[in-house]
Structure formats: structure tokens, C-alpha cells
Design a protein around this ligand. Structure first.
Ligand code: ARG
Length: 292
């Protein structure tokens, strides 16, 4: 009788494992949208003639606060001011690193009065406050990415503010020009996923076409391992997401971005901020990270 050869069992091909991401506790400054509405238009999302639902904005915002707390993050609150309808977009009021706060100087007169509340809050909470000499909208246009600061200009913050940033924080500033009016702030064109990456430089996600050629080249060179997002998903503010290094709080309709995040080892945490989208803002816009 012929003896069948012993079958050799080939090891199953192991799918390339996604790296394990590590979360670190964060602190966010937020402002409840008690007076939220759209009463003027300073970006292409805003239509003062379309109805808004403040109660719905409040419910969505309250749910986001619950999500942050559930992830173990700390949330600090800035009191809303009647008439300042955009104050819920707390990211725009300043930028903090190392216990220093660079206060915003808003581009549009409709929002200028907000800066006083932010300045007072930073001063009362132990930050060394730095008065701006140039127009800038804080964390709307500035992002902390693994020791360097990414800074946008072109629509809101001035290029001069980037020079001030470098002086105030003593860190390298990568200046990026935004070229598409729908992506008028850096934080609607780019997300920092790991501010201190475990396996190399900070990882980011972005929409290349939001930047000029020099900006695209700089991002490709400094952040070769990035997640690129489609214009369609960027337009629902997919990139206006907030990461703690592992969990990424993101617009729930950004399906492709959510899938790309999961494939890269992150844990997407989808939320609905559709009411605030009417004003051109999302998750990141309403959350200013506090770095002490
Ligand atoms: N309506 C606000 C404005 O145009 C939205 C700000 C959104 N904030 C942000 N960080 N992108 O100023």
C-alpha cells in the first residue's frame, strides 16, 4: 500500500497587525451652546436664513461632554455670554502648551468680544497669558504635534501670528497655507492623531487639497505615514476630530475615515454634532485642549 505523505500544514498568513495605540488623559476647555444660533455668515457653512435648534445643539454638546468623561478626560467650562453665538467653538479662543496661553485675536468683528472671556479664564486658571499682536484664532489654526506646532493661515489666522507662536512657545512652527474656503481653519483640514507617537513622529490625518503646494510637500515630508481623507468627508468636518492617542472622537457620518482609523489601530468614537455643523464647526472646534 502506498503511504500518503504527511501533509504539511502551512501556517495561516497573519494579517499585518495594526499597532496598539495608547491613550493619555486630556483636558478640554468647552463652552455650553446656550446662545448658539447662526445669525451671520463668516464661513461657507453658515446660512443665517436657515433655522437652528439651540435645544438640539445643547443635547449634542452635552453628549460629547459625556463621551469625554467616559474616556477619562477632564472637561473645564467657560461661561457662555449672551449674544456671542459662536462662543461654543472654544478651540478658537486660544492655544496652550507648557502652561502658556496665547490668546486669540479674532479675524471677524462678530467674534472679537469672545477673546476677553478666554483671556480671563486662562489667567484665573494658572496659565501664563500672552497677548497677541496679530490676528489668530487659537487652536482653530494651531495644532500641537509631537513637539512641533502646525499652524494654518490664509483665511483666519495671519502668517505673522506664526512668528509670535514660535517666540511664545520656543518650538518649531510649521507654517501651512490653507487655500480652500470650505476648510478655513487648520482644524477642519487636519487632525493630530498621536501628539507623541510611539513608533515615530506624530501621526496626522489630513485633506491634501486644503493646502497649497508647499504645504502639501511639507506635510508629505514630515508626516509620511498619514491618513488621507476625501474632500467629501472633509466637507462634513470628518477631520475636525479629537484624538487622545487611541480613541478618536469623530463625526458619525465619516464612514471611510472611521474605517481608516480602525484599520490603523485607533478606536473611533462616532458622535453627532450635526446642529453645530450648520455653523461650520464640529468636535474639535468645540474642544480646546489645555496643556499645562
Ligand atoms: N461659526 C464659527 C466661525 O466661523 C465656526 C468656528 C469653527 N471652529 C473651528 N475651530 N473650526 O468662526
Amino acid at each position: 500500500p502506498t503511504i500518503a505523505p504527511t501533509p504539511t500544514i502551512a501556517p495561516a498568513p497573519t494579517p499585518e497587525a495594526a499597532p496598539t495605540r495608547t491613550a493619555s488623559p486630556r483636558s478640554y476647555l468647552m463652552c455650553r451652546p446656550e446662545y448658539f444660533t447662526v445669525s451671520y455668515a463668516i464661513n461657507p457653512f453658515m446660512n443665517p436664513d436657515a433655522p437652528t435648534d439651540t435645544a438640539r445643539a445643547l443635547r449634542q454638546w452635552d453628549a460629547l461632554v459625556g463621551v469625554y468623561r467616559g474616556l477619562g478626560h477632564e472637561v473645564a467650562f467657560l461661561g457662555p455670554v449672551p449674544g456671542l453665538v459662536d462662543m461654543v467653538f472654544a478651540a478658537n479662543g486660544g492655544f496652550t502648551v507648557d502652561g502658556r496661553a496665547y490668546v486669540a485675536s479674532f479675524a471677524h468683528p462678530e467674534r472679537r468680544a469672545e477673546a476677553d472671556s478666554f483671556r480671563a479664564w486662562f489667567a484665573a486658571h494658572g496659565f501664563e497669558t500672552h497677548e497677541p499682536a496679530s490676528v489668530n484664532e487659537g487652536e482653530g489654526d494651531f495644532a500641537f504635534a509631537g513637539g512641533v506646532i502646525l499652524a494654518g493661515h490664509g483665511f483666519r489666522s495671519s502668517a505673522e501670528s506664526h512668528t509670535e507662536l514660535a517666540r511664545v512657545f520656543g518650538r518649531e512652527v510649521l507654517s501651512l497655507r490653507l487655500v480652500d474656503e470650505r476648510f478655513y481653519h487648520l482644524d477642519v483640514a487636519l487632525t493630530v492623531l498621536d501628539s507623541e507617537a510611539i513608533d515615530g513622529p506624530a501621526r496626522i490625518a489630513y485633506l491634501p487639497s486644503a493646502f497649497d503646494e508647499a504645504g502639501r510637500a511639507l506635510l508629505a515630508d514630515r508626516f509620511p505615514d498619514s491618513i488621507l481623507v476625501s474632500e467629501e468627508e472633509a466637507a462634513i468636518l470628518a477631520l475636525n476630530s479629537v484624538s487622545d492617542g487611541r480613541n478618536v472622537v469623530v463625526a458619525q457620518d465619516a464612514h471611510d475615515y472611521i474605517a481608516a482609523l480602525a484599520a490603523a489601530g485607533y478606536t473611533p468614537v462616532p458622535v453627532d454634532l450635526s446642529e453645530l455643523l450648520k455653523s461650520g464647526g464640529g468636535v474639535k472646534c468645540v474642544s480646546q485642549e489645555l496643556r499645562r
